[in-house]
Design a protein. Structure first.
Ligand SMILES: CC(C)(COP(=O)(O)OP(=O)(O)OC[C@H]1O[C@@H](n2cnc3c(N)ncnc32)[C@H](O)[C@@H]1OP(=O)(O)O)[C@@H](O)C(=O)NCCC(=O)NCCS
Length: 312
């Protein structure tokens, strides 16, 4: 009889083989260009370590599936993000994925707000598990960098907000801005995320020196699409300014041709989705649902784009 076990690890305990297997599965599943091998090894490996519980299913000693639970916040206010729920293709549909998920589910902090970004075909499954609050819909768009350069060029001169590279802004200020948007402090995640290899972070700063927006962009695995995430901003003008500088950076420093952005459908009337669709004539190419166990304190009006698939 086949021997199936689920092993729980911390990021410190991951082996090179664990990471390489995960990279192979995500690539096979078409999660690239979002998920690059270097992103996985950077986010999971090396200090500062994320507070993550990582679950691998083994069948007769061979890895067959994975899911992870990443905890942010402090003892009184916790959010847990479920990420990279994935099975080796030939072994899908045999009941193993649910077993790996259940091992993770038992280790949740039940007082926390547990959430994930779901492919729509899995959403009813997650709902039955208790992730029954759909906070928002994420829609993905692909926009030529050259079109952004033309359309948003005028934003360079508008308003009193300067766009500064990460090196000119204290990281703590970005952590505080992120906390204002997310309703929870995520210093380790921000520290790791802004240091992802070949990524660029630009920050919008007003006259008083306050952070009013930020964007991180990195080259996708296919080297054609630059991946945005997150893009947080106080308003749409600042969002355009940040998209412009990010597009300029990627055009001049990489081979990327397009910008890929997972936009959050906002409730306010003049929202970012309308802006993108009318400014560039693009249509959504994929969508995901942000599903939670509790209503979060996230200020959705400031989220133009979420981090990107896999990183909350
Ligand atoms: C999603 C995935 C990990 C599920 O693993 P799997 O081994 O194929 O799923 P199982 O065989 O264990 O599923 C058994 C049953 O439990 C359900 N199930 C699986 N995971 C579940 C979950 N997390 N919660 C509730 N139900 C679940 C399945 O729908 C299935 O129900 P059915 O028998 O009525 O069809 C796998 O299909 C996969 O790798 N898909 C591609 C990657 C992906 O889309 N990941 C999800 C991103 S949000």
């Amino acid at each position: 009889m086949a021997n199936f076990v689920v092993e729980r690890k911390s990021p410190q305990e991951l082996t090179q083989e664990d990471i390489e297997t995960l990279v192979k599965w995500t690539t096979d599943a078409g999660w690239d260009p979002h998920v690059r091998p270097s992103d996985i090894s950077h986010m999971y490996g090396g200090p500062p370590y994320l507070n993550a519980k990582i679950f691998f299913g083994f069948l007769d000693g061979k890895r067959i599936g994975h899911v992870a639970l990443i905890t942010v916040g402090n003892s009184t206010d916790v959010m847990e993000y479920i990420t990279m729920f994935i099975m080796d293709k030939p072994l899908r549909g045999k009941g193993y994925g649910l077993k790996i998920w259940n091992a993770m589910w038992e280790c949740r902090d039940t007082s926390a707000n547990t959430y994930l970004d779901a492919v729509t075909k899995m959403s009813s499954n997650y709902e039955s598990m208790g992730l029954n609050i759909v906070e928002w819909d994420n829609r993905e768009y692909i926009i030529p960098l050259s079109a952004i350069a033309v359309k948003y060029k005028m934003t360079e001169r508008i308003g009193n907000v300067l766009t500064k590279p990460l090196s000119e802004v204290e990281l703590d200020k970005i952590v505080e801005y992120d906390a204002m948007v997310y309703g929870i402090r995520r210093p380790v995640l921000i520290k790791k995320w802004t240091a992802v290899p070949e990524s660029f972070t630009w920050v919008g700063v007003n006259e008083k020196g306050d952070v009013v927006g930020c964007i991180t962009i990195r080259e996708g695995a296919d080297k054609q699409d630059a991946i945005v995430g997150p893009l947080f901003s106080d308003n749409l003008e600042i969002a355009k300014k940040l998209m412009y500088i990010a597009a300029q950076t990627m055009s001049s420093q990489t081979s990327s041709k397009n910008l890929r952005i997972l936009m959050c459908v906002q409730t306010r009337e003049s929202n970012a989705i309308q802006m993108i669709e009318s400014d560039f004539g693009v249509k959504c190419c994929a969508n995901f649902l942000r599903m939670c166990s509790k209503k979060s304190k996230v200020d959705i009006s400031k989220i133009i784009s979420i981090h990107s698939l896999g990183y909350g």
